[in-house]
Design a protein around this ligand. Structure first.
Ligand code: SAH
Length: 402
């Protein structure tokens, strides 16, 4: 068995059960892509079993911190089974569920979502790439399903020196799916949609938005970066529950035409085709500026932009971009209105995001209450050992009434 020997002082994070070993922490040793190696302290003590990734700055990712653990097919079967079983611990109001969330489930680099009877997996590290066949079979065994589609086309693959791969890995079927989420249904396509097809992580924030729409009876709703219209459908579901659809105007913006077409279809799928809803194929920043010039205002705004800062290195530029759109959105918010603002950048922590929104408020001349903090749905868990797992942060800002 090959070993990677760490530099003195570099064993601390592994002792805290953080699963990553950076290139800069290694004194000597190497392994092939995805090979299991022994990670040792500078004195040769066992720290972890890990898979190596020679192309990546994250040179190794730990499978286990137990010296007696064998890293074999049975190990992966058990990890997959545990991840799938853990979803039963959460109250997930959907048949679209994240079953495996990488590091949080002890399977660094593996993402698996279930949409109805179909699984979609992303193999994003050399380690899970090497064990792909075993993992695919384990996923079918743990779920009792027969169809597994691979969407290994995320940018993280490149950093691991892996080429993009997509297509059916087990079984075959339709790539079009319809899931039920809370009180609504949403269609998606696992072959062409973003990520594995859909943003399951925003499920419970969409539900909070529906509840707010019901309680507050929103009249003018703006959904920025709407993708396939999830927050718009949620708002309409809430408005319907309080008999307030009539008189409500909903505007949804995205720069992807296929996403907007699906958003329209998703309204129809829920019986909302008659709602006063418009869909703009446009850049959010430019559109918000235009709305300000035109003197528009809204009593509910959602800002759910794409990842501006994939890593901490991009944080500064990203911070300016977040501040800019939040400033514009706050200017468009009526007194008493509510803004749901998000950042899914791992490189922007919760504190920094709060500060960005605070300084956007100051620049906009708008004061507000932060009435809630939002995060990813519980099937996208963070763990105690892996704080980097927190990526999606949201704030609910209620503009102070005049
Ligand atoms: N809120 C959505 C997910 C948003 S993902 C949901 O609940 O499903 C981010 C979206 O922003 C993507 O659909 C992408 O097409 C869109 N996007 C990225 N840059 C944009 C821009 N400059 N202007 C408008 N939309 C943009």
């Amino acid at each position: 068995m090959k070993a990677l020997r760490l530099r003195p002082g570099k064993e601390r994070s592994l002792l805290r059960r953080h699963p990553w070993v950076f290139e800069s922490a290694i004194a000597k040793g190497s392994g092939d892509a995805g090979e299991t190696v022994r990670i040792e302290s500078h004195e040769g003590q066992f720290l972890a079993w890990a898979s190596t990734s020679p192309a990546s700055k994250i040179r190794a990712r730990a499978w286990s911190f137990q010296e007696t653990q064998r890293i074999d097919a049975a190990f992966f079967q058990e990890r997959v089974q545990r991840a799938v079983a853990a979803r039963g611990l959460f109250d997930l109001q959907s048949d679209g569920v994240r079953l495996v969330h990488g590091e949080a489930d002890g399977l660094p680099g593996l993402i698996v979502d279930r949409y109805g009877d179909t699984l979609v997996a992303q193999f994003l590290s050399a380690g899970v790439e090497r064990w792909k066949a075993v993992l695919a079979d384990a996923l079918l065994a743990a779920t009792g399903l027969a169809k597994l589609y691979e969407r290994s086309d995320a940018s993280g693959r490149e950093r691991e020196g892996l080429k993009p791969v997509t297509g059916w890995l087990r079984g075959e079927g339709d790539t079009a799916q319809v899931i039920r989420e809370h009180d609504w249904r949403l269609s998606l396509d696992i072959a062409t949609g973003h990520k594995t097809g859909f943003y399951l992580d925003q499920r419970d924030s969409r539900q909070r938005f529906a509840e707010m729409a019901k309680h507050r009876r929103f009249r003018r709703v703006l959904n920025c970066f709407c993708y396939t219209g999830g927050f718009t459908v949620a708002a309409l579901a809430g408005l319907k529950a309080s008999g307030a659809i009539e008189g409500a105007e909903l505007t949804s913006i995205d720069s992807s035409l296929p996403a907007l077409e699906r958003a329209r279809a998703n309204l129809a799928l829920n019986g909302f085709e008659g709602a006063n809803a418009q869909f703009l194929d446009a850049d959010v920043n430019a559109t918000l500026r235009r709305f300000i010039e035109e003197g528009c205002s809204f009593d509910a705004i959602v800002l759910d932009p794409p990842k501006f800062a994939p890593t901490v290195a991009h944080a500064e530029r990203a911070a300016r971009a977040y501040k800019d759109i939040n400033r514009l959105a706050l200017k468009l918010l009526e007194p008493g209105g509510v803004l749901l603002t998000f950042s899914c950048s791992g490189g922007i922590g919760a504190d920094l995001f709060h500060k960005i929104v605070a300084s956007a408020g100051i620049d906009a001349g708008v004061d507000g209450y932060i009435s809630e903090r939002l995060g990813a749905a519980p099937d996208h868990p963070m763990t105690i050992e892996f704080p980097e797992g927190e990526y999606l942060k949201g704030l609910v800002v209620v503009r102070k009434p005049l």
